[in-house]
Write a protein that binds this ligand. Structure first.
Ligand code: ZN
Length: 460
C-alpha cells in the first residue's frame, strides 16, 4: 500500500533503524530528568540537558530565558539547497506524575520493558522533541544536508498554557519567523494506525460567573428579604443557550468559518474510516447529543461553538438538610471558539449580554486571563498540509485522518505561519495518567515520520 520511497529517504530510514539504540538511550536520559511545569520542578535542568544533547548531536541551538518562565530552546539548521524554513515545535515539560502509587515503574525511571519505555513524558512530548532532533541528525548523516531549513522550537510550559511564551514571541518575532510549522504532539487514531492531522485550532474562553448576595449565608426564613444568588445565577445561565445548544449571545457567530468542500470531504472520510460508534461506548451513551448522526456529531465537534458548564457551586450539599440562603453562587464555563471567531471580543460580548439581560451584578472573571489565543484554520491545500499527509502515507502505509481543527498554539497570533498539528501518541500510551509509556517501534516510526515530513515539505 505504501508509495514508493525516494532512495535518499530510504537511506535515511535505514540509518534510523540502524541507530535506534542511541535514540532509545537518549529518550531514557531525557525522561529521567523530571520537568514538571505545574510544580516548577526540574525545568531549567531539563533545558540544560536538552541543550547539551543537541550539541552532542551536532545541532546548533540557543537557550532563551523567559522572564518568569522556563527557557525556550531555539535552533537553526540551514539547508544549503533550500532556504524555505520549517519550524519543528515540541515541548520538554511534562504533566505531574501523581498519583505516584499507581505507577508500575517509578515515573522518572524510563524503564525499558515489554518493548516500551515507561515514564512521564515518554510520549508527551519528549519522544516528539527527540524525533525532530534525530530526523535532522539522520539527514545530516546521509546527505550532509537537509531537504529544507529547520528551526527547532522547544518550550517548557506547554502543559500549563505557555503563559510566558506569548509576550516573548511578541517582543522577538524574528526569532520565530518560518514558512510553516508543525508539531508532533498529537496522536494516532483508535481504529486506524496512522497519525491524525489537525489543520486548525479551537480557542477557549474560560470564565467564572459569580452571583453575590448577603454578606454571609442567611437563615432561609429570611429568603423573602435577601438576594438569592443561586436563582440569579440559574436564570442568567438560562439566557446563554437555547435547548438546541445554540448560543444566544449577540454576534457570537460573527466570522465563523463556513465549511467548504474540502472540510466536508475530510469529515466524510473520517466517519467512514474511524469507529465513531466506539466513542459512544467510551462515553457510556446510546446516542450523540441532539440525536446527531456520526457525520453531524464529528462536524459539530470540530466546527461548532460551544458553551459548556464545567462546574456549578452554591450553598449546602452535605447530608441532611440545612435551611440557608447561600450568599454566593458560581459557575465555571468554557466556551470553545472555532475558527475564525474573534476571541479578543468574546469576553466583551458575554459581559454585554449579561448586562442587557439584567445581570450586570454578576461578576465575570476570565480564568485563563483576558489575552486569549485566537483560533486558526489552514487549508488542506497548503504545502505543509500536503507534506504531512504525504509523509504519513509513506511511513504508515495509509492516508492519515485529517481533522479541520483541534487545540494547541501560542505563537501564531504574533507570527503567522501555516501550522499543522500531528503526532504519534498511541491511544494506550496513558497521556497525563500514571504509567505513561511509548512503544519503541512507534517512537522509531515517529522519527521516520519527522524525516519524511522534512523531505516532503522540502520538495514542494
Ligand atoms: Zn503535549
Amino acid at each position: 500500500m505504501s508509495k514508493e520511497i525516494a532512495s535518499e529517504l530510504k537511506q535515511v530510514f535505514d540509518w534510523i533503524d540502524k541507530n535506534q539504540e542511541e535514540f532509545i538511550a537518549d529518550l531514557q536520559t531525557l525522561v529521567q530528568q523530571p520537568s514538571v511545569s505545574a510544580q516548577n520542578l526540574g525545568l531549567f535542568e531539563c533545558a540544560d540537558l536538552l541543550q547539551k544533547m543537541m550539541k552532542n548531536d551536532g545541532l546548533p541551538c540557543d537557550k532563551y530565558e523567559l522572564p518568569g518562565g522556563p527557557p525556550v530552546i531555539l535552533g537553526d539548521v540551514p539547508s544549503s539547497k533550500n532556504p524555505k524554513k520549517l519550524m519543528c515545535y515540541a515541548h520538554y515539560d511534562v504533566q505531574p506524575p501523581e498519583p505516584l502509587d499507581k505507577w508500575i515503574f517509578p515515573p522518572f525511571s524510563a524503564t525499558r520493558s515489554e518493548g516500551r519505555i515507561w515514564g512521564r513524558g515518554a510520549t508527551d512530548n519528549k519522544s516528539g522533541v527527540l524525533s525532530f532532533m534525530k530526523a535532522v541528525k539522520a539527514w545530516k548523516a546521509i546527505a550532509d544536508d537537509l531537504p529544507v531549513s529547520i528551526k527547532f522550537m522547544f518550550e517548557g510550559e506547554e502543559e500549563v498554557g505557555s503563559t510566558h511564551l506569548g509576550p516573548f514571541v511578541r517582543d522577538n518575532p524574528d526569532l520565530f519567523r518560518c514558512d510553516a510549522a508543525h508539531c508532533l504532539d498529537g496522536g494516532m487514531n483508535l481504529s486506524v494506525p496512522v497519525p491524525e492531522i489537525d489543520l486548525g485550532l479551537k480557542s477557549i474562553l474560560y470564565v467564572e460567573l459569580i452571583a453575590h448576595g448577603a454578606k454571609s449565608d442567611v437563615h432561609s426564613l429570611n429568603a423573602p428579604l435577601v438576594p438569592q444568588p443561586a436563582w440569579e445565577l440559574v436564570r442568567a445561565l438560562n439566557t446563554l443557550v437555547d435547548e438546541n445548544r445554540h448560543i444566544l449571545i449577540e454576534g457570537w457567530y460573527d466570522g465563523l468559518w463556513q465549511l467548504g468542500e474540502e472540510e466536508i470531504a475530510q469529515l466524510k472520510d473520517k466517519v467512514c474510516r474511524v469507529d465513531v460508534d466506539a466513542m459512544k461506548e467510551d462515553f457510556g451513551i446510546k446516542e450523540f447529543a441532539l440525536g446527531r448522526d456520526n457525520f453531524e456529531a464529528m462536524k459539530a465537534r470540530s466546527y461548532e461553538p460551544t458553551c459548556n458548564i464545567a462546574g456549578l457551586t452554591a450553598g449546602y450539599q452535605g447530608p441532611g438538610d440545612k435551611t440557608i440562603v447561600p450568599c454566593e453562587a458560581s459557575a465555571k464555563i468554557d466556551f470553545r471558539l472555532p475558527p475564525l471567531i474573534d476571541a479578543s471580543k468574546a469576553l466583551g460580548k458575554l459581559k454585554k449580554h449579561l448586562a442587557e439581560h439584567g445581570f450586570s451584578d454578576i461578576e465575570v472573571r476570565s480564568v485563563l486571563g483576558d489575552d486569549i489565543e485566537p483560533p486558526y484554520k489552514i487549508s488542506v491545500k497548503e504545502d505543509i498540509s500536503q507534506a504531512v499527509i504525504e509523509a504519513a502515507e509513506l511511513v504508515y502505509g495509509y492516508p492519515p485522518i485529517v481533522n479541520g481543527v483541534s487545540a494547541e498554539g501560542t505563537i501564531l497570533r504574533h507570527v503567522w505561519m501555516p501550522t499543522v498539528l500531528t503526532g504519534f501518541a498511541q491511544p494506550d500510551c496513558n497521556l497525563h495518567a500514571p504509567n505513561e509509556s511509548v512503544s519503541i517501534s512507534t517512537y522509531i516510526q515517529g522519527i521516520k515520520f519527522a524525516a519524511a515530513i522534512m523531505w516532503a515539505y522540502g520538495k514542494m
